[in-house]
Design a protein around this ligand. Structure first.
Ligand code: AMP
Length: 277
């Protein structure tokens, strides 16, 4: 496995990588969720690249950029074990040199849900992904359904801007108790970690009601909210039942819907979602 820190070196190496190339962008502090993307990329491509870059432009001024967990040595061992050929680990100065001033914005889709809660977040995500796609030139890039809105936004960007790659969205990987895996779980204390399972339990309750024929979005939202509110440590930020493509909130579900939620435990924001279909 080769480790590359500069854009010039990554572009040079790219010329030698066999086609098709699968690419997994990450912010590091890897877990089984990230590794599932690498495995899928390995299955579907002749070569696999990953990146580790904690992207400052997708964090708001009061968010956890400085504290974001980092362990590059461990990440590299996990990526090698999973069959990665190249890892791109640029510095912030390499990706955002002085006087950097160009941004990619996707519009409407980025104003809802996570975009409403984190105003500059998606501009940072779409800009860094565009840069990474231009540098790595992958055939396919792999993202997790864990960040459902991010996956939709990136698909929209690739379609709108005629980018020459395919976005592949992979299933959410969960802990044995159902909590969706996240690098940010290190911030949780033991009580918060135990209480966090309520997100998954609430999703399961909604899925059961959905299977029994419930199509009233407000009733489904209420079931989720009431279950999570039983945990005194949980602070609900939003529970959304929205159209699966444009993310507009629904009253009645006709075909399918994205149920997504964000719950805070102390300063830690946990996201989860499921598609009701
Ligand atoms: P991050 O390092 O948090 O930026 O995540 C990098 C990629 O891994 C994104 O495409 C995430 O959606 C994906 N990912 C993170 N957690 C999970 C998970 N539990 N299951 C599946 N994919 C995940």
């Amino acid at each position: 496995m080769q480790i590359v820190e500069t854009i010039t070196e990554m572009k040079r190496l790219r010329l030698q990588l066999p086609e098709p190339l699968g690419f997994v962008p990450t912010m590091g502090y890897l877990h089984e969720g990230h590794i599932s993307l690498v495995r899928r990329a390995r299955e579907e491509n002749a070569s696999v690249a990953a990146s580790i870059f904690v992207n400052p432009t997708q964090f708001g001024p009061t968010e956890d950029f400085e504290d974001y967990p980092r362990d590059t040595k461990r990440d590299l061992a996990m990526l090698e074990e999973a069959g990665t050929d190249v890892v791109f680990t640029p510095s912030v100065a390499e990706m955002y040199p002085e006087r950097f001033s160009s941004w990619v914005e996707v519009g409407k889709l980025t104003e809802r849900l996570e975009g409403a809660a984190r105003p500059i977040h998606f501009r940072g995500v779409t800009t860094i992904c565009t840069k990474l796609f231009n540098i790595v030139e992958p055939t396919r890039a792999y993202f997790g359904q864990k960040d459902a809105q991010q996956a939709l936004v990136l698909k929209k960007m690739v379609a709108d801007l005629n980018m020459n790659l395919e976005i592949v969205v992979c299933p959410i990987i969960r802990e044995p108790d159902g909590l969706s895996m996240s690098s940010r779980h290190v911030y949780l204390n033991q009580e918060q970690r135990w209480a966090a399972v309520s997100l998954y339990q609430a999703i399961k309750l909604a899925e059961e009601l959905w299977a029994q024929g419930e199509r009233d979005a407000e009733r489904l939202r209420q079931v989720v909210i009431e279950h999570i509110q039983q945990q005194p440590l949980a602070e609900i930020e939003y529970v959304s039942i929205a159209d699966t493509e444009i993310l507009e909130e629904l009253e009645t579900i006709t075909s399918s819907a994205l149920l997504s939620l964000v719950v805070r435990f102390g300063k830690t924001r946990l996201l989860d979602n499921t598609i009701l279909k």
